[in-house]
Design a protein around this ligand. Sequence first.
Ligand SMILES: Nc1ncnc2c1ncn2[C@@H]1O[C@H](COP(=O)(O)OP(=O)(O)OP(=O)(O)O)[C@@H](O)[C@H]1O
Length: 241
Amino acid sequence: MVLNDVSLKFRRGELIGLLGLNGAGKSTLLRILMGLLKPTSGEVYLEGTLLSSLRPLDVARHLAYVPQAHAMTFPYTVRRMVELGRIPHHGVAGRLGAEDRLRVDQAMDRLGLLALAERPVTELSGGEKQRVVLARALAQEAVGLLLDEPMSGLDYGHQLRLMSLLAELAAEGHLVLLTSHRPEEFFSAGHRALILEEAQIVADGPPELIVTAERMSRLYGVSLAQIDHAGKRFFHREESE
Ligand SMILES: Nc1ncnc2c1ncn2[C@@H]1O[C@H](COP(=O)(O)OP(=O)(O)OP(=O)(O)O)[C@@H](O)[C@H]1O
């Protein structure tokens, strides 16, 4: 069983980090929340409505999902790819209006993509592609952003910028749920940390109480010490190991 007895409630304005070992079920949980996988028992509700009763485009107006890997087969330009994020608003056959263009430009700007706007996505680096997919999710203007390892492949500067952007989005009222293998990332910016272990949520609460050396040592099976500095927490492997 990938997930068992998981009961969670998410609210607008929350920035939530989901931690867990490889194979713990993090992506599975995001896919269930997006309605891409159906739970064998239990239900997902989106603002009071049963998720499974909504059409995919209706879901996409509320939730945007950025998976871990994205195949980019067609040589669309970066701009065209980000424009696809507007489909939930103007429909599959609809034309882009002024509002759509504005949102696309804003999303590209926030991900630092304006200079790459006319480049075919097939010719981009891994980190650049990742930023395009994130910009497409932003252009979607969904309240909830479900991001599977959004930092992966990004250079250090873009990782830090993305973390600030996600905090900004949460402050603007979005729900941001991301998975990561770097517990430090949530400590300063995240409001809530979740740990998925043995198919269950074993911890759910403020990062300062959950993302501790003791818990991270147990989770990852390496002995860690923590350093708290300037409102941030860092981990390092204990010398004695
Ligand atoms: N399509 C699938 N068919 C069968 N089993 C799957 C499928 N996708 C994932 N699994 C299994 O479900 C479990 C959870 O996988 P999931 O991708 O949700 O883990 P994860 O926590 O996101 O891992 P990672 O950190 O490696 O990305 C794993 O044991 C995996 O092998």
